[in-house]
Design a protein around this ligand. Structure first.
Ligand code: BTN
Length: 251
């Protein structure tokens, strides 16, 4: 069943950020399932205030969710988006993908996709909406990746692929996967898939929190999406917030 055909899908050529645009629509009352897709973004946003390079060789999409439960679900919603994206890429492009907590998607050892969740809470503390933004490098940018990301970024295909067909299929597959997981978010069986594809599980890592770098081993990722760590000072549960994580062997 193609769920997304019944919903409002807005396709733009140029926009600063599909997330920012969809957040404005959400504030104006747009319904769950509204989606924005752009050919390119002039100010694509990444996690932790970073820029997301968005030339016209990728898929840049944002999806609007109005969760019935509270924002404490935000981390798990991001994990659901990562699972939906991996499943979609694998079925459309036949590329095996892995997830670097919390929501970077890797293939062939490099990052091919980033996900940014942004939420809004009502004065009564209830979650009003969550916008999930997904950016995928489908083909190599025509001038290559900028120097600051060229060693860590990759694309699903080199140049000679049917870009528009792949982009449309990916959009539809992600949309349907994501909303079908979210229909029953309390069934956390998709987290088994998340753990199975995790790049961090059972790895020695460093995490950076408030400017402090700490060594740890990842012992689990729980059903809420928290990273469970063994550190010198005991067990720690890590929320995504403003934390960045590096695998020790990649240092
Ligand atoms: C990251 O890698 O840190 C997250 C990147 C998220 C990029 C997507 S592209 C579509 C949506 N609009 C944005 O401005 N950002 C997200």
């Amino acid at each position: 069943m193609v769920i997304y055909m019944k919903k409002r899908i807005i396709h733009l050529e140029n926009i600063n950020s599909t997330n920012s645009y969809l957040k404005e629509l959400a504030v104006g009352g747009a319904e769950e399932g509204t989606a924005v897709i752009a050919d390119r973004q002039t100010a694509g946003k990444g996690r932790m205030g970073r820029n997301f390079y968005s030339p016209d060789s990728g898929l840049y999409m944002s999806l609007l969710l109005r969760p019935k439960k509270n924002i404490s679900d935000a981390l798990v919603i991001t994990a659901a988006a990562a699972v939906a994206t991996v499943r979609a890429i694998e079925s459309v492009c036949k590329k095996k993908c892995f997830i670097k907590w919390v929501n970077d998607i890797y293939t062939d050892g490099k990052k091919v996709c980033g996900i940014l969740a942004e939420g809004s809470v009502l004065p009564n503390g209830k979650t009003d909406f969550v916008v999930i933004g997904i950016g995928i490098n489908i083909i190599e940018p025509k001038d290559g990746f900028p120097s600051d990301i060229k060693n860590i970024a990759t694309s699903l295909f080199e140049k000679n692929t049917d870009f528009y067909t792949v982009r449309e299929k990916l959009f539809g597959a992600i949309y349907n996967e994501f909303f079908s997981i979210c229909e029953n978010l309390s069934d956390r069986s998709f987290m088994d898939f998340y753990r199975e594809r995790s790049l961090l599980l059972n790895k020695d890592i460093f995490y950076l929190e408030n400017g402090i770098k700490t060594a740890a081993t990842v012992t689990d990722i729980d059903n809420c999406g928290y990273l469970i760590l063994k550190t010198e000072n005991g067990t720690k549960k890590l929320n995504s917030g403003e934390v960045s994580v590096r695998i020790k062997e990649d240092e």
